[in-house]
Design a protein around this ligand. Structure first.
Ligand code: ATP
Length: 399
């Protein structure tokens, strides 16, 4: 592993900012710390960088301990590159001089040669003599990237490094930066609170809450197999259908769901993202194993969002409102009848009572033989740093 954090803990007075956090990042891998403000992302990154010292645990770079209870190497001797939101180029130095600044133990000519090389790598060939104020925001960001890359760090630590760029430029610069870092085989730890950025950039996303990693995995996995409602809500709006367990099943307007492991009478929430609800307007679709039974409603509100339209439907059952998306080419009128069907394999079922307990993991049991399985998503892997739970839920659906 290029970068390892083992049992890292950091307190600020009575506040536990990071709690017994374990994280390993391999060469060429991009891991994103994603979570709400104040959950401990930046503190974790600062501890990895060495600008903050942990109260417990240790940090290893390239398998070597760089910080533990008896040792604390400063950032400059850890072989890590740093890129922060405020990339702070020296205004009185040219782009090339800014890049050369971080290079140690080389003569002047070699530093200049390396600075030119790094600027070329980030697409700024011929701009080395420009001062920061003569460069655009995106170009300045690339100079900062070149400066961070110049010492050839084996680990790159980035804290919201692209957030000061406008939308289009951000996509371009971060894709370029990522390509360069991957090609260089660097291990990248990135901090963001932007779920789209995390999904787009990461090999793995570590979802943090209250100083702990509550879930870690590939973007597809974290998005499609959230450990709880809060994790699911981090990536999109949610539709929530309430139900009550009877004989290990829960009746919903979309058919019956298997909810094994939950006591009779338990209140559950069946959760579905708007983009996983299917809309039919002409006639009710035939119930099928994949999509269950359709539920009828009328369009209450329809908003054109460009690539898609967001439809809010008032459902016949209980008058609930559910949201669904359709391609932006369609915008049904208010009052139009419709039928919604849900992708059963994209539903999550959580007991209501545990939603306020941060450490409660979602442990979907493996389906038993004989269960009438219509569709199911594989169980979320248990986060490493959460306790065992006495109750399980499942997102397995039955007809
Ligand atoms: P944001 O997304 O808003 O930057 P974050 O997830 O990066 O938040 P941190 O900056 O790591 O969160 O802070 C975690 C907690 O530790 C917060 O409650 C914060 O107030 C607290 N904290 C961080 N640094 C200090 C400090 N130097 N002194 C006291 N408390 C601190």
């Amino acid at each position: 592993m290029k970068l390892s954090l083992e049992g890292v803990t950091r307190r600020f007075g009575a506040q536990l900012a990071v709690e017994h956090l374990d994280l390993n990042i391999a060469a060429g891998e991009v891991v994103t710390l994603l979570g709400p403000s104040g959950c401990g992302k930046s503190t974790t990154l600062r501890i990895a960088a060495g600008v903050e010292r942990q109260d417990g645990g240790r940090v290893l770079v390239d398998g070597q301990v760089v910080s533990d209870s008896s040792r604390h190497d400063p950032p400059e001797s850890r072989g890590v590159g740093l890129m922060f939101q405020e990339f702070a180029l020296f205004p009185h130095l040219t782009a090339a001089q800014n890049v050369a600044f971080g290079l140690k133990n080389q003569d002047r000519a070699e530093k200049k040669r390396r600075a030119v090389e790094e600027l070329e790598r980030v697409g700024l060939a011929g701009r080395g003599d420009c001062y920061p104020h003569q460069l655009s925001g995106g170009e300045q960001q690339r100079v900062a990237l070149a400066r961070a890359l110049a010492p050839k760090p084996s680990v790159m630590l980035m804290d919201e490094p692209f957030s000061s760029l406008d939308h289009r430029l951000r996509d371009q610069v971060r894709d370029e930066a990522l390509g360069i870092l991957k090609a260089a085989g660097a291990a990248v730890l990135l901090v963001t609170h932007d779920p789209d950025e995390a999904l787009r950039m990461s090999d793995r996303i570590a979802l943090m809450r209250a100083g702990r990693i509550v879930q870690i995995g590939a973007p597809y996995h974290v998005y499609n197999h959230p450990v709880d409602r809060k994790s699911a809500a981090f990536f999109s709006d949610l539709n929530i259908i309430h139900g009550m367990v009877r004989a290990q099943q829960t009746d919903t307007p979309f058919g019956r769901f298997l909810t094994p492991g939950l006591a009779d009478g338990a209140d559950v929430e069946i959760i579905i993202r708007p983009q996983h609800l299917k809309i039919d307007v002409d006639e009710a679709p035939t119930p099928c194993a994949r999509n269950g039974a359709p539920a009828r409603g009328v369009v209450e509100r329809a908003r054109f969002m460009g690539a898609y339209s967001l439809i809010e439907a008032r459902m016949d059952y209980h008058g609930d409102i559910l949201s669904a998306t359709i391609p932006g080419a369609f915008l049904p009128p208010i009052g139009e009848p419709l039928w919604l069907s849900l992708r059963r394999d994209r539903c999550f079922v959580f007991p209501c009572a545990v939603q306020t307990q941060l450490e409660w993991p979602y442990l979907a049991p493996q389906p038993k033989q004989g269960d009438r399985l219509i569709g199911h998503a594989s169980p979320a892997r248990r986060p490493r740093d959460v306790r065992d739970s006495p109750a399980n839920t499942s997102n397995v659906a039955a007809g």
